[in-house]
Design a protein around this ligand. Structure first.
Ligand SMILES: [Zn+2]
Length: 86
């Protein structure tokens, strides 16, 4: 009788582990692939003029270790000028 209970517990643990591991892994993969596929389509906001645009069209600038993206060189230069005034 004890052996049956033990087997039941092991089986339940196996079922729980399986349902936790496999759907989680597949969801993770989907999210990962989704991000990779759409990385060029990510919309970012220009911190200077507030316009949204695709990240691939942005002008990158590193500020305090963070990557900012601007809609144009003009906005980037104005933002840099603004930062210097502070
Ligand atoms: Zn702009």
């Amino acid at each position: 009788m004890r052996l049956l209970i033990f087997i039941g517990i092991v089986y339940l643990c196996y079922r729980i582990l399986k349902s936790r591991l496999f759907p989680g892994a597949s969801i993770g993969n989907k999210v990962f692939r989704h991000n990779v596929r759409n990385i060029d389509d990510v919309m970012v906001k220009d911190p200077y003029c507030g316009v949204y645009f695709p990240i691939r069209d942005g002008v990158p600038l590193k500020v305090d270790g963070k990557d900012l993206y601007f809609c144009s060189n003009e906005c980037r230069d104005k933002f840099i000028a603004l930062q210097r005034k502070k």
